[in-house]
Design a protein around this ligand. Structure first.
Ligand code: DGT
Ligand code: CA
Ligand code: CA
Ligand code: ZN
Length: 583
């Protein structure tokens, strides 16, 4: 098969990139990237010029490059390129596509931290490992994380909640200072805690919108102002996300916040309900429909808070996470809204890693961080032996880790209980990666699938079922294995799995890592419907990642989950007797 111009151009562009990372002199790398550009835009297929012996007519194609094109046309491969690919791995070259990662930075993280791909780069940045490299610093680390978020967003046009939330909070903190601001909140999908965000919608109640709009345009995260007016401004942020700022008068705050929180589907249902009661509903409030008799008399009604608006329509307050038209309005009318779980309900975190496997901190550091969050217990769940890339635990190391955990518990003097667990690999045949007697010594065992996720449905389901039927397994971790914007989850027979988990009282995890959020909202709701208990855990690989819990709670709220069905809201003795009852 003939090589197309596009393929040729891609090879030369890639050669340029890898040479740059190696530190090759600029004029050489420029020659390759320039010729790539030329070939991509060349009006005739180069294979024809090659056949005619006229490659030298292509601008930028000198002797060296002509020889390489000839080798590619004749053999379909280029030895020079193959060698370069061995020297600079694909994952390393790919990092060059991340905004804010130039060749020198790629080289530095690769050679000094042994980072060989974008996911590892993200993990290193989150664990604070980049800031200490020469010429990096905390600011650069932050910029690289923004670059990764922007890179990953290209797949779907939507950004992960965990990438959007921190910047939204920073924007809000900055704008809150502006004179005249009474209320400020993020509306839209972020407030509803969707797993990905299309754009940010910031809403402000103010008597003085002018200075607010000006301040917004000048914030350091703003890369471009797309449109600006008296009460609305749209900008593009440096991570590629669009942010809309709207200002409303304080008396319209409630109606506006409700309107701009959405979802659109929820709002449509709410407007229908209002109409049946003789009102028209918009972002300013309720207005009587002319000629119709309204229940509450006449005149327009403004709302300075959302609850009053819902109340005026005969409804209890509906939390934003439920506003997806998934039965919440019917439930509200019937007085059957669930009491949703909140961050404060959690007494512990049941999945985290330490330096015993691929975590960044030791047991004591994680325990102190958990104590600072007000937790009563944590479960340490390091990886097991077959996950060699993560330095997984052998039986012997599990037992040594136990000694360290006992020491930490002794030092903590009962303020926090550190439980000993593992995140045991479910192997390709459904068996577990540690012997039963080792698992039996642990307080709580979490099982996870990290490999073979593309197996056919029957096989994958059988593996997951085998795991939850194992007498020592208490929790199934990140059950689908999906990575948002990166990898689809496994194809499982969910109902079958959920029914079995419910029967065995094995918990299913909502993994709060913003890249996972697994189970997702829809599956978690189904699991609860079928009688399952859940755990919500961060899977933290560094102490600050314990703070990701809010994303997991967001998913649980979107799944209509109440606290009593979540095992880490339980007191320690209840948790341990639940685990003990299965063995
Ligand atoms: P996103 O940005 O795709 O993640 O999702 P949302 O829900 O944030 O959507 P967005 O930003 O287009 O609009 C924010 C909210 O404003 C939306 O949830 C409901 C409300 N809204 C915006 N435009 C309309 C509209 O044309 N009709 C209705 N009913 N509501 C709208
Ligand atoms: Ca939005
Ligand atoms: Ca918007
Ligand atoms: Zn790990």
């Amino acid at each position: 098969m003939a090589i197309t111009n596009r393929q040729l151009a891609a090879i030369f562009a890639d050669i340029a990139a890898r040479l740059q990372i190696q530190g090759e002199v600029v004029f050489k790398t420029r020659a390759y990237s320039a010729v790539a550009e030329t070939i991509l835009n060349y009006p005739r297929p180069l294979v024809e010029l090659w056949q005619e012996g006229r490659l030298h007519e292509v601008p930028g194609v000198g002797k060296e490059i002509a020889k390489k094109i000839d080798e590619l046309m004749r053999t379909g491969r280029l030895e020079f390129y193959e060698r370069l690919r061995r020297e600079v791995p694909d994952g390393v070259a790919e990092m060059l596509h991340v905004p804010n990662m130039g060749p020198q930075r790629v080289k530095a993280v690769w050679q000094q931290l042994n980072v060989t791909g974008i996911d590892e780069l993200e993990a290193a940045a989150r664990a604070g490992k980049l800031r200490d490299l020469p010429k990096f610093g905390a600011k650069t680390e932050e910029k690289i994380l923004a670059g990764i978020a922007s890179f990953k967003r290209r797949a779907t046009g939507r950004m992960r909640l965990g990438d959007a939330m921190p910047i939204a909070l920073e924007l809000i903190a900055a704008l809150r200072q502006v004179h005249g601001v009474r209320q400020i909140e993020c509306a839209g999908s972020l407030r509803r805690c969707r797993e990905t965000i299309g754009d940010l919608d910031i809403l402000v109640a103010t008597t003085n919108p002018g200075p607010l709009m000006q301040t917004f345009c000048r914030l350091p995260w703003v890369e471009a102002v797309l449109a600006t007016g008296e009460t609305k401004t749209s900008v593009r942020l440096d991570n590629g996300l669009q942010a809309d700022l709207r200002a409303v008068e304080p008396q319209h705050w409630g109606a506006a916040l409700q309107y701009f929180t959405g979802s659109q589907a929820h709002n449509i249902r709410l407007r229908e309900l209002a109409q049946r009661r003789g009102w028209s509903l918009n972002e300013y409030g309720l207005r009587p429909i002319p000629g119709e008799q309204t229940k509450s008399g006449v005149g327009e009604r403004c709302f300075d808070n959302e609850a009053d608006l819902y109340g005026a329509l005969g409804l209890p307050y509906i939390p934003p996470e439920l506003r997806e038209d998934r039965g919440e309005i019917e439930a509200a009318l019937a007085g059957a809204l669930p009491r949703l779980i909140a961050l404060d309900d959690l007494q512990g975190d049941l999945q985290m890693h330490t330096t015993w496997s691929d975590g960044a901190a030791d047991v004591m550091t994680m325990a102190r961080a958990a104590l600072a969050r007000g937790y009563r217990y944590i479960l340490i769940t390091d990886h097991t032996q077959s996950l060699a890339v993560a330095n997984g635990l052998t039986p012997e190391r599990v037992r040594r880790q136990r000694q360290e955990i006992d020491q930490v518990n002794a030092q903590l003097g009962g303020r926090l209980r550190v439980l000993h667990g593992v995140e045991v690999e479910v192997k390709a045949d459904g068996s577990l990666d540690l012997p039963d007697d080792v698992l039996a010594e642990l307080d709580i065992v979490q099982a996870s699938l990290h490999t073979g996720l593309s197996q056919p449905r029957d096989q994958l389901t059988a593996r997951a079922l085998a795991a939850i039927r194992h007498p020592q397994v208490d929790i199934l971790g990140h059950p689908s294995g999906r990575l948002i914007n990166e990898r689809e989850g496994g194809d499982l027979d969910w109902d079958l799995l959920f029914r079995e988990a419910a029967r065995r009282r094995v918990a299913l995890e909502i993994n709060a890592d913003p890249a996972r959020l697994d189970l997702n909202d829809v599956l978690a709701r189904r699991a609860v419907e079928l009688g399952c208990v859940l755990s919500i855990s961060t899977d933290a690989h560094a102490p600050e990642q314990l703070g990701n819990m809010l994303y997991g709670v967001g998913v649980a709220r979107r799944a209509w989950v109440s606290p009593d069905g979540v095992i880490n809201t339980w007191p320690l003795d209840k948790l341990l007797s639940w685990a003990g009852a299965r063995r």
